[in-house]
Design a protein around this ligand. Structure first.
Ligand code: HPA
Length: 250
């Protein structure tokens, strides 16, 4: 088994890791089928990590069709301990403007019809995991510390609302999400986070703010997405690099 214990789950805008040296590409099978892409063991700035593209190699797997169970099972089987999940989001409010990064501390799951547990009493005995705080406290703290030490902006906290997609939201849906206290709206945060907890992985989501939520900007939503994707992607890459260099100094 490799020594790589950190995985990056790349989402929209991060299907590959820029400038990484590819050490190994593994086509895995799990009891739930194959993951959405080969698991790549890569070297970034002298650090070995796993990279997995959530939407597939060519970004053609819709959020509701992603095999979240296979992805998380594959990472767990390879000995991964920490998962940094990158999730593109639309944002409500001014705390985390488009082009910047947020680190959600809460989650509301609005998705439906997804295979959302390993413990369905059929494949594995029933267990009710504690999901009070859906993201790893320790990994969140480490990311915040790495960001602070490298002078990077990372908005601490906020609720991630996972919507079904693949369409974007209506104005009324965004109003409801705002009333629910959601700051980050994305389509891939659930059931991924819960599955990671079921496998006892330390999992944190880094939200790449790429647009203001539907109806909350004077600019068209796709135009906004395009305008902010590069800045958010670059910020995410910098954050992961800072985290890895921080980890290796410890
Ligand atoms: N809504 C849902 N998912 C998203 C959005 C959004 O506005 N932007 C990027 N992913």
């Amino acid at each position: 088994m490799s020594r790589a214990t950190i995985a990056i789950l790349g989402g929209t805008g991060v299907e590959n890791w820029p400038g990484a040296e590819l050490l190994e590409s593994r086509h895995l099978e799990t009891p739930f089928g194959p993951p959405t892409a080969p698991l790549q063991r890569i070297a970034i700035a002298g650090h070995e990590v796993w990279f997995l593209s959530r939407h597939g190699v060519g970004h053609d797997i819709a959020p509701h069709r992603i095999n979240y169970r296979a992805n998380i099972a594959a990472l767990a089987a390879e000995g991964v301990e920490q998962v940094i999940a990158l999730n593109a989001v639309g944002v409500i409010g001014t705390e985390c403007p488009p082009g910047t990064l947020g680190l959600p501390d809460q989650l509301i799951d609005y998705t439906w019809g997804r295979d959302s547990t390993f413990f369905d009493g059929v494949d594995a005995p029933l267990q009710h995991i504690d999901f009070t705080d859906p993201y790893s406290t320790q990994l969140r703290a480490q990311l915040l510390q790495a960001a602070a030490e490298h002078g990077l902006r990372l908005v601490d906290g906020g609720t991630y609302g996972a919507t079904q997609g693949p369409r974007l939201e209506t104005r009324a849906e965004v109003d409801r999400l705002a009333r629910d206290g959601v700051r980050y709206i994305g389509m891939t945060g659930a059931p991924e986070a819960a599955l990671a907890r079921e496998k006892a992985l330390d999992y944190a989501s880094v939200a790449l703010a790429v647009n203001a939520a539907a109806g909350r900007s004077a600019v068209g939503i796709h135009e906004e997405l395009e305008m902010n994707m590069n800045a958010a992607r670059e910020a995410a890459v910098e954050l992961v690099l800072s985290f890895l260099s921080w980890v290796s100094k410890k």
